[in-house]
Write a protein that binds this ligand. Sequence first.
Ligand SMILES: CC(C)(COP(=O)(O)OP(=O)(O)OC[C@H]1O[C@@H](n2cnc3c(N)ncnc32)[C@H](O)[C@@H]1OP(=O)(O)O)[C@@H](O)C(=O)NCCC(=O)NCCS
Length: 208
Amino acid sequence: MPIFFQHQVNETTRLGIWKIEETEEFFLSNVPLQKEVTHPHKRLQHLAGRFLLQFLFPDFPYELIKIADTRKPYLTGEKYHFSISHCGDYAAAIVSSNQRVGMDIEIPSPKVEKIKEKFLNKEEVSKFEIRNSKFETPNSELLTLFWSAKESVFKWYGNGKVDFRQHILLQKIDQGGEVINCFFVKTDQQLPIHYRSFEHLVLAWVVS
Ligand SMILES: CC(C)(COP(=O)(O)OP(=O)(O)OC[C@H]1O[C@@H](n2cnc3c(N)ncnc32)[C@H](O)[C@@H]1OP(=O)(O)O)[C@@H](O)C(=O)NCCC(=O)NCCS
């Protein structure tokens, strides 16, 4: 079973990343396909994400998954809160029995350099000394991490209408603790964003 990374976040919350090496048939024998996904690889990613929910909590009730108007999936009755992300051959999920959660995975790419002003405000760009140099490879990884961090907040919030530059303010990165301090304007609160950085993948999650 190619579980790539697993983490017990706290007593009630677990997360995992799955490296997809199975066929669609494998996932379909475990997971119901509840929505139409035309592209075969996207369908595989979708199924792998759903598969992880029961992998993390075997009593996770797939049949109760609904999709909100914002497109956020949720459970009627909220037995669990959960969040899913996929990228390339990876799928990730976080599940909690009592806390809201959001997560995102991304594969670092230099393309993020070109769109950094769309999700980082001026203060963040200067604070983290993110320069516009096409030769700085680690820069792409850091920028991708910041993008992933903000996506995880967006998913945690779940109500849409979030301006990444104005509402999600990254304040400080604590590399030892693998935490980014963040202030989320929409709910007027400090929101720690946890992260992990792997060789070809970054992961960010929020639990609150
Ligand atoms: C919806 C969104 C969060 C999906 O992220 P993505 O990186 O494209 O894709 P991911 O694989 O990480 O996540 C997809 C999963 O997120 C979940 N999801 C979809 N919409 C969601 C929402 N509104 N809230 C929370 N989770 C959501 C779903 O579980 C989905 O997977 P599934 O359909 O297989 O169940 C993203 O497309 C988005 O809209 N982000 C906000 C962009 C934005 O406002 N940017 C402004 C600054 S540039």
